[in-house]
Design a protein around this ligand. Structure first.
Ligand code: SF4
Ligand code: SF4
Length: 391
């Protein structure tokens, strides 16, 4: 089997924020110190070597790329200041850009001005599109869906979700094919027998529940570099708060539409604060706002290695998430005020536009790692399980 060599690979990864790793002489300090590297995953040294010699397919097909949480321990011990932790983060950005066939992710990452203009224009387009169909602002109650029709929001949301699904699916298929080829994992190994199905089930549980939702290795193995911080300031908790918050809000939105579909409650009907779906949305919003606020503060203060090199695309994502959380709370406050404030309608329009944009841009920013990381972790667990079974 032959492999194409990309002579410009290292220079290309550097466009995504990697330091010059050409001085790396494979001493192995980084692999030895990394709390997540094991016999199966000799990273980050091996991945740096791939970039040095132009092995693009090997780099993009490395499941290990996504197991790193950028704790920075490796960078602190590197004798050549190659910043291997920063290299891993840049290589993940590079991978997101390569899995995306539209080149939008590459633009968002490598052209800060163009990326920012796209983000602002997209929000403005959504706002103008919604506003073009606006209705009256009731002064007796805050009738948000009388102002922006609910069917318009629903239908636009469905179109956005379909586009995101197609873009995400194309990326995931490309990634899964690359990793499975490198790992020698066939479709038969995943679903071809009862034993394979059982292995896949365990790998799926490990990737989704244990590692992604539970943050096990981030929480435990990366703990040494966070040990002096109280739990609510630790990177894993801030990261998890943001993820749990977003997933909770997404679940509350889907449940709200689900209740309307089965005729239990029309979307937008006023409900008390303790109503289960509203309560879920409120708690999730608090997690999202806390997580994103801390992520922004940490990046402003360059509080750790991961927060010290931010791209414009990283900022765009954080700002969109933060605005979505904040405007959601402002709408909730407006809904419970004794007389409906006029600003509630405009905040609602802003909230819907930014939320739509956030979802639409998800496959083209760091947000995409929410899908790519579990896929890589699935293969990581599957390969480990398969190796254990073969022994
Ligand atoms: S990145 Fe640094 S620590 Fe890692 S192998 Fe290269 S020189 Fe050694
Ligand atoms: S940043 Fe941390 S987790 Fe990532 S490769 Fe370096 S030591 Fe390992």
């Amino acid at each position: 089997m032959s492999a194409l060599v990309d002579a410009g690979l290292l220079a290309d990864v550097q466009k995504f924020g990697a330091a010059d790793v050409s001085a790396c002489y494979s001493c192995g300090n980084c692999t030895a110190i990394c709390p997540l590297s094991d016999n199966d995953g000799t990273f980050p040294r091996r991945l740096i070597r791939y970039a040095q010699v132009g092995m693009k397919d090997a780099l993009l097909g490395s499941k290990e790329l996504w197991t790193c949480y950028h704790c920075g321990e490796c960078s602190d011990t590197c004798p050549t200041q190659a910043d291997p932790g920063g290299f891993m983060a840049a290589a993940r950005r590079y991978a997101i850009a390569n899995y995306d066939r539209t080149h939008l992710a590459r633009t968002m990452y490598t052209s800060p001005v163009a990326g920012s203009v796209i983000a602002i224009l997209l929000a403005a387009c959504f706002a103008l599109f919604m506003y073009a169909s606006h209705g009256a602002q009731s002064t007796t109650s805050l009738n948000l869906f009388g102002f922006i029709p609910e069917p318009l929001i629903h239908n636009t949301g469905v179109v956005v979700m379909i586009l995101v699904f197609l873009a995400g699916l194309a990326g995931v298929i490309g990634m899964a094919r690359g990793i499975s080829r490198r790992e020698g994992i066939s479709v038969h190994d995943v679903v071809g027998s009862r034993a394979a199905l059982a292995r896949s089930g365990r790998a799926l549980w490990s990737a989704l529940a244990v590692e992604s939702l539970g943050q096990l290795r981030f929480r435990t193995d990366c703990e040494s570099v966070q040990a002096e911080q109280p739990w609510y300031r630790r990177r894993w908790f801030i990261h998890a708060s943001t993820m749990w918050g977003f997933l909770g809000l997404l679940t509350a939105t889907i449940l709200d539409y689900g209740l309307a579909l089965v005729g239990i409650k029309a979307t937008g009907t006023p409900v008390p604060i303790w109503y289960p779906v509203r309560l879920l949305g409120t708690v999730a919003g608090l997690f999202l706002l806390y997580g994103t606020s801390m992520l922004i503060l940490d990046r402003l203060r360059k509080a750790n290695r991961a927060a010290s090199d931010s791209t414009a695309s990283d900022w765009t994502l954080l700002v969109l998430l933060w605005i979505t959380g904040l405007t959601g709370f402002l709408i909730e406050i407006a809904l419970y005020l004794p007389s409906p404030p006029a600003w509630g309608y405009w905040v609602f329009l802003f909230h819907v536009s930014v939320a739509m944009e956030l979802v639409l841009l998800a496959p083209f920013m760091k947000f995409a790692h929410a899908v790519y990381r579990p896929v890589a972790l699935f293969f990581y667990a599957l390969a480990g399980d398969k190796a254990n079974a073969a022994r």
